[in-house]
Design a protein around this ligand. Sequence first.
Ligand code: 1QQ
Length: 387
Amino acid sequence: MKRTVAALATLTAGLLTLGSAQKVTTPTIGIALAQTGNVALLGQEQVIGAKFAEKHFNARGGINGTPFKLAFQDAGGDENGAINAFQNLINKDKVVGIVGPTLSQQAFAADPIAQRAKVPVLGPSNTAKGIPQIGDFIARVSAPIAVVAPNAVKQALKLDPKIKKVAVLYAQNDAFSVSETGTFQETAKAQGLNVVTVQKFQTTDTDFTTQVTAVLNSKADLVIISGLAADGGNLVKQLRQRNYKGLIIGGNGLNTSNMFPVCQKFCDGVIVAQAYSPAQKSAVNQTFVKEYRAQYKKDPPQFAAQAYAGVQVMVEALRVLDRKKKLAQWDLGELRTALNKQILAGKYNTPLGLISFDKDGEVQQKEFYVAQIRMKDAKNGSFVYLK
Ligand code: 1QQ
């Protein structure tokens, strides 16, 4: 018995050494995004953005001559999906770092797993308060919604200076939506507006009769929605079907043309703040826009640009480390820790413009925008950037 225990201990120690001494043969970046389910309305654009970055940077030498790989694990739309994706990327795919997940709600559950494993994470679209503070291995390229969202309210007041009464609606089961509505409500009050009703819903809801009735009774002349694409799109549609005539601001969860099949012609006029503009002048953005237009016949959306930036930051940080010591000579654990440090130390000229990180891993970005949805018909429309 004693001997078995001792033998087991030796074996375990041996395996542990083996594990930590793992070499990096092909540098692999993990991608944990929503590829299926309702949240894939947002995640699909991110997958496309990540793939564009892979193609672009591998065509330009990869990591100083060595091509890198993206490992995709579908994170689905909930916490468990993100946790499984992170575990697979860390333990099976042996990634150097992770770009993901899609939702803040998922990040609060999955990021602590990467933190414990000492694997750097770049949130490509996690905008709730508190994400970079999850741990020192957690950073994000997605500007906090507290910085982005106020621009939409200011723009709405520019379009209609007579606005006085605001109805605010939010998905109470989603951490991002809760964070965003807080910002929207504070901004509305700071702008001298009267918040006449606050309505809650679930991201899984499809019938918004109660909420729409409350909005109509409140006589609001501005509606602000914090939810995700499917619920948000339905809410917009049901407001318009019951003849709500005022402006509508959609939060970041409504920031996708994948919502158009849901609200169709009723999407028209919705205002959404943006952390990206296709007009951004950086050379990398102009190439991205050109290649994206060639393939999709439209401009790249914010979620694609942010996922692109996430991959780009990892690649450029890996290039710096590879110049110090060829990546193939690093131990995986050592490389993950060094990569985390290097990510935070660098400056990156991305499609989002020039970005860097503060000591918490919060993105430092300068330019923000606001766009308005214009529908040509029930199916086709675009986000038109406002001045
Ligand atoms: C978050 C978000 C979502 C709308 C991203 C798709 O901003 O969850 O933080």
